[in-house]
Ligand binder design. Structure first.
Ligand code: G6P
Length: 608
């Protein structure tokens, strides 16, 4: 996830671009760059690090004169953060400059195609193919070239483009990445998000998929993918700046929860090709996959909880033994690690000190390591033998939601691939798993749209003292994350328990009215968990059940039921966690807690 801006008008462009980017830094912040047309040429400045480095380098834009330009703040996906990989990217003659947010999925194929036509690439990015492809198709008409590029690239994009030969215009186009156009008094703007333009205008057009915008200082024209002009209505934005930075959401956590369908799509879609799982970056031969004798999942916090889920999925689906360890334990317990075992380190930030130390421990013992990481170029991503990225984009709220969901998807994909290669599942089973995975984004959207019901329920529990989360098997793993979400942002004591274990101690804590959230998504365990629910309700507990649509039996045992749509038994975590995230969020809001920055917690824990 990156942020793009563009400006054309009467004012100096560079200061406006830098100011706009500063409102988009939440979208990415490992490097930044701007391109400005100075009357003769397109000039580019880039800098690694936060935007302020670029601002200092250009004296807040003063060293880059010109009234039109584009800018970018980067969150690395393809290629580590560096000056060369930072945007804008040029064609060879430096007559076309491009900024991009999104992922060009077929960039390797396009790169080969262009290299055969003598195009020379300088960066590791997927974006650079767009600059060269535009050059390849440009025959005097920018719109014609843009349309041809749209037909060739697969994936998602929000693009800002300037052509040296057309300095009176800037161009923008999008597919599955956000892009808006602002109509100002002294000029027009493009941006990935509204906050970047609010200082200049509240008059905004939302560009839809596969629409092109052409901006001059005065006018804005829109075209469809056939090059036909289209008319669009503008919207007047009445949010304040604070709300606008969160995309109109009250908190980053809520915004990030709503980004989950997209995150799941982004993590899935580049890895499903021709009805099979294709994890290019894994770089393991089928023979190597068959040889794996055991997997160690090692992580902290919520990432650890996805590891617990992955244990059930890998063991159940691929029949590979899995051990799950908290990284802080793994590193000091002298674990038994043997040849043909694989250590998987799961981490959003890629910087968690204990996870990094666990990785080094495994590597030091000569065991092969795989990182499932969100932040490109982070320490774990650099040091692991192999890395599989989750495409969640930057996560701001301390309590993870979308990165957690992306980790689950990466783990399901790995499990399916391993299961297939090892002959544990048939072609038909794989096809049905992939079909179910592809339905998840829509199903998550549906669960999110139910938020009022959960908000209403959550309001009843803002003064709860203790809450318990219970489940069996995979549902126990879901309970762990549900419980952590609640305690970290609402400061209510909560515990996750294997449902069958309650009677060995914890049940003594149940009083009249104690809330217990029971997760029942594993059909063969319904009856067992229902027996535990009855034990709880008969001691006064109020039971909220999260279960699959169709489980009617539960209505007799639980006090309140939330249904999740049908999916394969291995993937239910991705759905059941949504109401639990919403519940925690609304309890925290109801209590007036600092949702995005809970006390005593940090997003990235780089100390032991
Ligand atoms: C912190 C965060 C958690 C996260 C954990 C592991 O505690 O608050 O949300 O799950 O660290 O972080 P990582 O970046 O390694 O996934």
């Amino acid at each position: 996830m990156c942020g793009i801006v563009g400006y054309i008008g009467e004012s100096q462009a560079a200061p406006i671009l830098l100011d706009g980017l500063s409102k988009l830094e939440y979208r990415g912040y490992d490097s930044a760059g701007i391109a400005v047309y100075d009357g003769d040429n397109i000039k580019v400045q880039k800098a690694i690090g936060r935007l302020k480095v670029l601002s200092e380098l250009t004296h807040d834009g003063a060293t880059m004169p010109g009234v039109s330009g584009i800018g970018h703040t980067r969150w690395a996906t393809h290629g580590a953060p560096s000056n060369i990989n930072a945007h804008p990217h040029f064609n060879q003659e430096e007559t076309i400059a491009v900024v991009h947010n999104g992922i060009i999925e077929n960039y390797l194929k396009l790169k080969k195609y262009l290299e055969n036509k003598n195009y020379h690439f300088v960066s590791d990015t997927d974006t650079e193919v767009v600059a060269h492809l535009l050059d390849y198709y440009y025959k005097g008409d920018p719109i014609e070239a843009i349309i041809k590029v749209m037909h060739r690239v697969e994936g998602s994009y929000g693009l800002g483009i300037i052509f040296k030969a057309h300095p009176e215009q800037i161009y923008a186009v999008r597919k599955d990445s956000p892009l808006i156009v602002g109509h100002g008094k002294d000029g027009n703007l493009i941006a990935s998000d509204v906050p970047a333009v609010l200082k200049y205008t509240r008059n905004v057009y939302f560009i839809q998929n596969e629409e092109i915008a052409v901006l001059s200082g005065e006018d804005i024209f829109f075209y469809n993918v056939d090059g036909e002009g289209i008319t669009k209505e503008s919207t007047t934005i009445d949010w304040d700046m604070n709300a606008a930075e969160k995309g109109g959401y009250e908190h980053f956590m809520l915004k990030e929860m709503y980004e989950q369908p997209q995150t799941v799509r982004d993590t899935l879609s580049p890895r499903i090709k021709d009805g099979a799982v294709y994890i290019e970056e894994l770089g393991m031969t089928d023979e190597e996959i068959r040889r794996i004798r055991k997997i160690h999942m090692v992580a902290c916090g919520s990432a650890y909880h996805t590891g617990v889920t992955a244990k059930y999925v890998f063991e159940g689906m691929a029949r590979i033994p899995v051990e799950v360890d908290l990284a802080s334990e793994f590193r000091y317990r002298n674990p038994i690690l043997q040849e043909d075992e694989l250590v998987i380190i799961i981490s959003q930030s890629g910087e968690t000190a204990d996870s990094l130390a666990a990785l080094r421990e495994a590597k030091g013992r000569g065991i092969q390591t795989l990182g499932i990481v969100n932040v490109v170029g982070s320490s774990i991503a650099r040091e692991a033998d192999k890395v599989m990225y989750t495409w969640a984009g930057p996560e701001i709220a301390v309590a993870t939601t979308k990165a957690y969901s992306a980790q689950l998807i990466a783990e399901y994909l790995l499990a399916i691939q391993f299961a297939k290669v090892r002959g544990e599942i048939t072609e038909a089973e794989m096809a049905s798993y992939l079909k179910d995975l592809q339905k998840l984004p829509e199903q998550i959207e549906m669960l999110l749209s139910n938020k009022e019901k959960i908000q209403h329920f959550a309001n009843r529990y803002i003064s709860a003292k203790d809450v318990f989360f219970v489940g069996r098997g995979l549902d126990y793993a879901i309970s762990m994350e549900g419980s952590l979400k609640l305690k970290e942002i609402s400061y209510i004591h909560s515990e996750a328990y294997a449902a069958g274990e309650l009677k060995h101690g914890t049940i003594s804590l149940i009083e009249e009215g104690t809330l217990v959230a029971a997760v029942l998504t594993q059909e063969e365990l319904y009856k067992k968990t229902i027996s535990n629910i009855v034990e709880l309700t008969s001691r006064g507990a109020f039971v909220l059940a999260v279960t699959n649509t169709g489980n009617l039996e539960i209505k007799k045992a639980a006090d309140y039921v939330i249904y999740i749509p049908q999916t394969n038994r291995w993937f239910t975590n991705s759905l059941a966690i949504i109401p639990l995230q919403l519940f925690s969020y609304y309890v925290s809001v109801g209590k007036g807690c600092d949702v995005d920055k809970p006390r005593n917690l940090a997003k990235s824990v780089t100390v032991e």
